[in-house]
Design a protein around this ligand. Structure first.
Ligand SMILES: [Zn+2]
Length: 310
C-alpha cells in the first residue's frame, strides 16, 4: 500500500488550473521536404501573374490538392480594372477551410499570396525588367507552408476552425504605387470578415535559405500579443531564425485584415537579396526554412489555450 496524502480540495483545484493551463498538445510533425515540393510545383507552372494561364492552372492544382485533403473549398473572383494597361484583369482568391462551422472565437485565418510580380524591378539583366518573376520565395513559399498544414489537418483534427486563404494580386503595383498592391486581400476584407476570426497570420517570403525573421512593425504595433506568441513559440522550439526585435515596417496583406478589425501579423523575411529580381528561384530556398515556419505555426494552431485573448 502506498502512502495516502491528504491534499486540501482548494489545492487540488489550484493544481488542476495550473496544469491545465500549461499542458501542451504535441502537434503533428510538419514536413519541410514535402512543403518544398509544393514550392517547386508552383514555380513549375511558370510565373503566376494574375489573369495568366499559369495562374489559372496553378489554381486548379490548389483546388485538387485541398479537395483531396478533405478541406472545404471556396473562391472569390473579382475583376480588377488595371490602371497601367487599361485592361480588366480577372483575379481569384482561393479559400480552403477546415471545420468551417466553428465559431469566430475559435477560428483563425492563415494567408499567403500566390501571385507573382508581373515585372522584375531590380533585374540584373535589364531586358527582363518587364518580365514577371518566378516568385519562389515571394509567393510560393508561403503557400507551400499552408499546403503542408492541410496535410497535417487530415491526420489530426486541429480542433479549431481555420481558413487557409491564398490571395491573388498582392504584388501587382508599380514601385511606390501602394493603391495597386494587396488587391486580393483587400477584396477578401471587403466581403464581411469583421468579427469572424480570433486572429490572422500572413506568411510571405518565408523560404529563403539564409532565413531571418525580424518582427514586422505594423504587426508589433497593432497585434503585439500575437506577435509575442509567435516569437516565444519559435524560441521555445529552439528555432533561432526568429530575431526578437523590429526591423522593417511593411505594407503587406496583414493590413487588409487589420483594417477589418482582426488582430493580424505578418511573418516575413525582408532581408532577401533576390527580392524582385530574376533570381527569386527555388535554389534560393530550402526545406529547412519552410520547416522552421511550419513548426511554429503548427504548435500555435494545435494549442488554442495559448492564443492571446481578444
Ligand atoms: Zn513581392
Amino acid at each position: 500500500m502506498g502512502i495516502i496524502i491528504k491534499i486540501p480540495i482548494v489545492l487540488l483545484i489550484l493544481m488542476c488550473v495550473v496544469s491545465c493551463s500549461t499542458s501542451e498538445i504535441i502537434p503533428p510533425e510538419f514536413n519541410g521536404e514535402r512543403a518544398f515540393e509544393y514550392l517547386q510545383q508552383q514555380v513549375a507552372f511558370g510565373p503566376r501573374v494574375p489573369g495568366s494561364d499559369a495562374s489559372g492552372k496553378c489554381r486548379e492544382y490548389f483546388f485538387e490538392f485541398f479537395i483531396k485533403n478533405g478541406l472545404k473549398i471556396d473562391s472569390q473572383q473579382f475583376i480588377y480594372p488595371d490602371p497601367y494597361s487599361g485592361n480588366n484583369i480577372e483575379m481569384v482568391n482561393v479559400i480552403a477551410s477546415i471545420n468551417p462551422d466553428v465559431k469566430p472565437s475559435n477560428r483563425i485565418v492563415l494567408m499567403a499570396h500566390y501571385d507573382c510580380r508581373p515585372r522584375t524591378d531590380f533585374a540584373f539583366d535589364t531586358l527582363l525588367k518587364d518580365k514577371p518573376i518566378d516568385g519562389a520565395n515571394d509567393g510560393a513559399s508561403g503557400v507551400a507552408v499552408l499546403m503542408e498544414l492541410a496535410n497535417l489537418f487530415k491526420g489530426k483534427d486541429p480542433q479549431c476552425g481555420i481558413d487557409l486563404v491564398l490571395v491573388d494580386g498582392e504584388d501587382w503595383g508599380k514601385a511606390g504605387d501602394l493603391t495597386n498592391y494587396l488587391l486580393g486581400s483587400r477584396e477578401f476584407g471587403r466581403r464581411g470578415i469583421r468579427g469572424k476570426y480570433r486572429f490572422g497570420i500572413v506568411v510571405d517570403m518565408v523560404g529563403e535559405k539564409e532565413q531571418r525573421f525580424y518582427r514586422e512593425g505594423y504587426s508589433d504595433k497593432f497585434s503585439k500579443p500575437l506577435n509575442d506568441l509567435v516569437w516565444k513559440t519559435a524560441a521555445d522550439l529552439g528555432i533561432n531564425t526568429f530575431i526578437d526585435s523590429v526591423k522593417y515596417t511593411i505594407v503587406d496583406d496583414h493590413l487588409s485584415l487589420q483594417s477589418a478589425g482582426i488582430s493580424a501579423i505578418d511573418i516575413i523575411d525582408f532581408d532577401y537579396p533576390e527580392w524582385h529580381t530574376e533570381f527569386d528561384t527555388p535554389d534560393k530556398c530550402s526545406p529547412q526554412s519552410l520547416d522552421n515556419v511550419g513548426r511554429v505555426l503548427t504548435k500555435i494552431i494545435y494549442n488554442p489555450s495559448q492564443w492571446p485573448k481578444k
